[in-house]
Design a protein around this ligand. Structure first.
Ligand code: ADP
Ligand code: MG
Length: 249
């Protein structure tokens, strides 16, 4: 097998003497879509934040295309240029138009020519059904549209890896599908992604690999169908059962 795009090796992260990640190992191949599932507080966001160099790790290492991103000498800004991240709260700049939100990083961080950045932004907006919103300000858009813009903004820097942390959790149910649609299309275009999600149906549908985190331990991972239909760990089974039950209420 070829080298993975991302390799997470024995990662530990502790906050105030409380271990939040406990020896997490995970390889992500190019074009693979990995979903992180697990109860609130199990460490999903922390793991994504470690990958995006927003947190330092206490032990272990993370490699992106063979570069050790956990090396204290590595430049986080350089590494982050190769990784896109989208959060639950879209974090668009309210004082910038949709177009300016999208072109900001390509212009300022990646130093691309304005004409090229603008053209690419328009292409992405068109591709994701927001061509008429380029000049709009974020507060004039629905939550679903804002989140789609946030994903487009992350894609505009042409990252090797896209991290999505609960990107549908703040949305009204009727807006969730439009955001899932864009993620599905990114998968079809070959984008490598790691998503933390509470949407089990979506995880099952989109993930190549599903990882179940429990108290900072990656207890089980495998193909989506196996994790959802035949989980090996009792804790995975309990979690899935609980999620299903809560849906029925
Ligand atoms: P998840 O995304 O699965 O809900 P998190 O990664 O956000 O889980 O959190 C895992 C644990 O780490 C939780 O107990 C949380 O309270 C704790 N935690 C997360 N971030 C911090 C922080 N900056 N300082 C202290 N504790 C934190
Ligand atoms: Mg989280």
């Amino acid at each position: 097998m070829s080298t993975p795009l991302l390799r997470i090796e024995g990662v530990w992260k502790t906050y105030h003497a409380h271990p939040v990640l406990r020896g997490v190992d995970l390889d992500v191949a190019q074009h693979e879509v990995v979903c992180l599932i697990g109860a609130s507080g199990s460490g999903k966001s922390t793991l994504l934040r470690c990958v995006n160099v927003l947190e330092t790790v206490d032990d272990g290492a993370i490699y992106l295309e063979d570069d050790d991103i956990t090396d204290p000498g590595a430049d986080p800004d350089q590494l982050r240029k190769r990784i896109g991240m989208v959060f639950q709260s879209y974090n668009l700049f309210p004082h910038l138009s949709v177009l300016d939100n999208i072109t900001l990083a390509p212009l300022k961080v990646h130093r691309r020519p304005r004409a090229e950045a603008t053209e690419q932004a328009h292409e992405l907006l068109k591709r994701f059904g927001l061509a008429d919103k380029a000049g709009e300000y974020p507060d004039r858009l629905s939550g679903g549209q804002q989140q789609r813009v946030a994903i487009i903004r992350a894609m505009a820097t042409r990252p090797s890896l896209l991290l999505l942390d609960e990107v549908t959790s703040a949305l009204d149910p009727e807006l969730v599908t439009e955001v899932m649609g864009i993620i599905r299309e990114l998968k079809e275009s070959g984008m490598t992604m790691i998503l933390a999600t509470h949407e089990m149906g979506f995880a099952r549908d989109i993930a190549d690999t599903v990882c179940f985190l429990h108290d900072g331990v990656l207890l089980e991972h495998g193909p989506a169908a196996q994790i959802f239909e035949d989980p090996k760990e009792p804790r995975t089974r309990e979690f899935l059962h609980r999620v299903l039950e809560s849906r029925r209420l």
